[in-house]
Write a protein that binds this ligand. Structure first.
Ligand code: NAD
Length: 379
């Protein structure tokens, strides 16, 4: 039996608790921690957990009966909490974004290496049947080299979203929609298509004058072979129509799934390449559906890795790569210059202090509330 502690019992914690409860033959939540006892107690009662409550996570570090910890606290706390638990010999699942700076990601990966324990960064949207099928299709390389990728990470959040105490500040949220919303799509983008070698970006805040951070960013990634990618991150898009489109030399594929293949007529104009479309569609259809999607899918991946001593799909190296792209977007937009990847440790945005010193305040945070009365969210 894998014994679990949950640190932070706010909006995302139920996704973890429900997943652990679902795999009750493998694991059990035995402790929960939050700065607000009433929030933790509500979770304990609601889920009938029979787990212990502590206010300070440090009380759990020396507990030999805890094997795995889910870190569900705000971004600025992720690194220290994860490092402390890894050093205490616990496996760690940390919510996205991995941390609020690359320096913190490096500290987390070093701790995971030191302890030999698992560090997994939540990227639950990888664990969806259409995403796994798309990844499998891309891995066949049937589309030919990818020439253009379009990432539309379109979300919509109202003005009051940034009233929550830790949101909307560089210090505590670590960034705006590029870090906290597009992190999902940027993770999938780099997992499916690899890292570009250069980023050029512009950020802005168009509708949230109560937040220091951006509510929209547009970035262009350039690969060594000349291929381009455009990544739009937003919390001002009504309808939240999100997509990832990969335009290969021979065909295009995307999430939501759509497939088109063109071949050239004698005069260069396109005609449908039905044979290739059929071949790619067959690969897509033949891949079996996932049994568990989202948080349950990723948490099962970690539980299985612990039981069978295997690798997890989304480890700290993967989490860091996603943060590297996001950091490059912030650096390029702030300095108004393209940024070469990999980002060096002397980058002005590598450390948390560097980000706090350099990142633009679009506005100042004007209102702070401790908790929303309605704490339900969509992911
Ligand atoms: N995977 C997803 O789709 C998804 C969705 C929403 C949020 N998140 C992430 O989950 C994390 C938490 O977000 P949320 O929306 O649940 O926020 P929240 O504010 O609703 O919950 C965070 C909880 O952590 C507690 N907390 C803060 N510092 C703490 C500390 N040092 N020790 C113990 N408890 C502490 C707070 O009191 C709060 O109850 C963030 O990193 C966020 O980006 C992920």
């Amino acid at each position: 039996m894998i014994n679990v502690a949950i640190i932070g019992t706010g909006a995302i914690a139920p996704s973890h608790i429900e997943a652990y409860k679902h795999f009750s033959e493998k694991c059990k939540v035995i402790a929960v921690c939050d700065l607000y006892p009433e929030k933790a107690k509500k979770a304990l009662e609601h889920y009938n957990l029979g787990a212990e409550f502590v206010k300070d996570y440090k009380e759990l570090l020396e507990r030999p009966d805890i094997d795995l910890v889910s870190v569900c606290t705000p971004p600025y706390t992720h690194s220290q909490i994860a490092v402390d638990f890894l050093d205490a010999g616990k496996h760690v699942i940390v919510e996205k974004p991995m941390a609020s700076s690359l320096e913190e990601c490096d500290a987390m990966n070093e701790a995971a290496e030191r302890s030999g324990k698992i560090l997994s960064v939540i990227a639950q949207n990888r664990f969806r049947t259409p995403m796994m099928k798309l990844k499998n299709v891309l891995d066949t390389k049937l589309m030919g080299p990818i020439l253009h990728t379009q990432v539309d990470s379109f979300w919509w959040r109202g003005h009051s979203y940034y009233d929550l105490w830790w949101r909307g500040t560089w210090e505590k949220e670590g960034g705006g929609c590029t870090l906290n919303h597009a992190v999902h799509h940027i993770d999938i983008f780099q997992w499916m298509n690899g890292m570009p070698s250069e980023i050029t970006a512009v950020t802005s805040n168009t509708a949230h004058d109560n937040a220091e951070v951006e509510d929209i960013s547009i970035a262009i990634g350039r690969y060594d072979d000349g291929a381009l990618a455009q990544i739009t991150s937003s919390v001002v898009h009504h309808g939240e129509e999100q997509q990832l489109i990969f335009q290969g030399k021979n065909a295009r594929v995307s999430s939501p799934w759509k497939l088109k293949a063109s071949k050239s007529r004698g005069n260069g104009f396109p005609e449908e390449d039905k044979d290739l479309e059929d071949k790619i569609q067959k690969v897509y259809d033949e891949q079996p559906d996932l049994e568990f999607e989202g948080h349950p899918g990723q948490i099962l991946d970690v539980l299985t890795a612990i039981e069978e001593n295997k690798q997890v799909l989304v480890d700290g190296r993967q989490g860091r790569r996603t943060l590297e792209l996001i950091t490059a977007i912030y650096q390029s937009a702030t300095l108004k210059k393209p940024v070469a990847l990999p980002l060096k440790t002397d980058s002005p945005f590598y450390t948390r202090d560097g980000i706090l010193k350099n990142a633009p305040h679009f506005y100042e945070k004007t209102k702070t509330i401790e908790n929303f009365s309605d704490n339900t969210i969509t992911t």
